[in-house]
Write a new protein. Structure first.
Length: 532
């Protein structure tokens, strides 16, 4: 099964370091909100619970989650032992859910006191927000169970901070995940580079970029040293993000280590090499594995935001490899700007135009306005298809055909449209919000670049949505001497598009190409026919 992913904006933990083996020393605090798609679930403490608001746990199966270490479907230890922290460097403030040790000169503020509000609650999503009395920060935790089958279910955790103050603030984010995978408190970790498995270790390790791995697998192991042959001794494995899937945020620091000291401090952590992986389920304490993700620091000007997302799944596909996504690029030609007014077809089914010759000289073309179109669609391949944040498109026009009139912004020779078939709205003109250029030479090329879809559309290019490029063509041979016998001529137009999961042409890249063909036929008028 693939775990539905959850978006977390912030998560918290309990008030004192406790051991795992004896659940009486590590009390749980069940939450009043449970979300699930029936395959994966998350339980979170809601505003109505009054304290430790936002703390959560994840599990396989549906709601409610059995908050007991006897539950073999737990992914994280029952609520109270995983939490998130927001650090504000310029005011020496840490925001976390409870009372934790912190490092001078920092002071910790309990998020329960910061106006928690339940912002969203649906069967598969729960969002809790906080507004800090100092610093004027809006912190949000959005948990969402995604997917509807074992092949697309996952948990996404996103923690976000918005600066509502009148001055800039520099923030960092920390996520502590207290793992309890298939009965193993001391889970081992195996690193993956794409789909290629790497080393397995049970020794605490502090990783820093550039990482030589993109994701990880965690599970029990029946012997030490742990080998691929005995790794995975628990009832299931957990797969988690580092830089994959593409929607994940790459951490500035990633630590596999001992839960107890990680839990004792709200932000700082000094890693020490020591044995963490256990060969015994529910071993407790010194062999009690956990993960720390650190993000930032990020300087936020007034009105700016930052967020980070972590993904978890009990199947490898949604984590280890980019989701099956791509670009569908197609070509077509029209008479005029109307999308549906296609060129007529010849007897072979190819679009056709007539080249009018008189006295062996090309006088005009018919129809008088021909437009070459490129349709670039973010392909819907499955529910994991990725939104695209930037795009580059190059169209190579047919030889002897020119952009007409010579391209100048606002002259009407080139149009760029946004199409969203799901909302039924007309195509939206976005020509003046994108970058366009036309090369000289024969053939001419048209280049369209969109470094940030958010500034053009207000959002990413979502699966199923399209960008349309329309170029008005003129025949470069008008006024020249041409033989009618040299027709018909085939003219080919080529388009290549590259889409990116992140802004400024970074992140996971998907590509597509297409060729378009039309045929020019000679139509001789007046005078003698030229058959040379």
């Amino acid at each position: 099964m693939i775990l539905p992913l959850l978006m977390i904006l912030i998560v918290f933990s309990q008030t004192a370091p406790l051991a795992h083996a004896d659940s009486s020393t590590k009390p749980t605090s069940p939450g009043s909100t449970c979300i699930s798609n029936g395959l994966l679930s998350a339980e979170v403490r809601n505003v109505t619970d009054g304290s430790q608001i936002g703390k959560f746990t994840f599990a396989k199966g549906g709601c409610p989650i059995l908050q007991d270490t006897a539950n073999p479907n737990l992914i994280l230890f029952p609520i109270r032992t995983s939490f998130n922290t927001v650090r504000v460097w310029d005011t020496n403030t840490d925001y976390a859910p409870g009372s934790f040790a912190t490092n001078a000169p920092f002071t910790e503020v309990n998020l329960d006191t910061q106006s928690p509000v339940l912002q969203t609650e649906t069967p598969t999503q729960a969002t809790i927000g906080w507004s800090t009395s100092a610093n004027s920060l809006n912190i949000a935790q959005d948990l969402e169970v995604q997917g509807s089958s074992t092949s697309d279910s996952r948990i996404r955790m996103t923690l976000s901070v918005h600066n509502g103050d009148t001055v800039a603030h520099t923030v960092s984010l920390r996520n502590l995940l207290d793992l309890f995978i298939g009965d193993y408190d001391g889970a081992w970790i195996r690193l993956f580079d794409g789909t290629t498995p790497g080393p397995i270790t049970g020794i605490e390790e502090d990783f820093a970029p550039p990482y030589n791995f993109t994701a990880f697998q965690m599970s029990g192991c029946s012997s030490n040293p742990c080998t691929p042959g005995n790794f995975g001794s628990g009832t299931f494995s957990l797969y988690g993000s580092v830089s994959l899937p593409p929607e994940a945020t790459t951490p500035s620091r990633f630590v596999y280590g001992w839960w107890r000291p990680m839990f004792a401090w709200d932000f700082n952590y000094t890693s020490v090499p020591r044995q963490i992986g256990s060969t015994t389920p529910n071993i407790d304490d010194a062999m009690d594995s956990a993960l720390l993700y650190f993000f930032g620091p990020v300087a936020l000007q007034p009105g700016q935001s930052t967020s980070e997302s972590i993904f978890l799944s009990n199947q490898p596909a949604p984590i280890l490899a980019p989701p099956a996504s791509g670009l569908t690029v197609s070509k077509f030609f029209t008479r005029g700007q109307a999308v549906g007014n296609l060129l007529p077809l010849d007897s072979n089914g190819n679009p056709m135009v007539n080249v009018v010759l008189a006295g062996g000289i090309v006088r005009s073309i018919n129809p008088g306005e021909i437009r070459a179109w490129v349709n670039v669609t973010n392909t819907v391949t499955n529910t994991a298809s990725i939104p695209l944040e930037s795009l580059r498109l190059t169209e190579t026009l047919p030889v002897d055909w020119l952009v007409h009139p010579q391209y100048l912004p606002g002259r009407g020779a080139i149009h760029v449209l946004f199409a969203d078939p799901d909302n039924g709205s007309p195509n939206r003109e976005i020509t003046h919000s994108v970058s366009l250029s036309v090369s000289t030479g024969n053939p001419e090329t048209v280049t369209l670049t969109i470094p940030n879809f958010d500034t053009v559309l207000g959002h990413a290019l979502m699966p199923g949505q399209s960008i349309l490029l329309s170029v008005k063509l003129d025949y470069g041979l008008v006024g020249t001497s041409q033989s009618a016998g040299s027709y018909p001529r085939d003219y080919t137009d080529t388009a290549t598009a590259d889409g990116f999961a992140q802004q400024s042409y970074t992140g996971t890249e998907v590509s597509g190409t297409a060729n378009g063909l039309f045929v020019a036929y000679a139509k001789v008028v007046g005078g003698s026919r030229d058959n040379s």
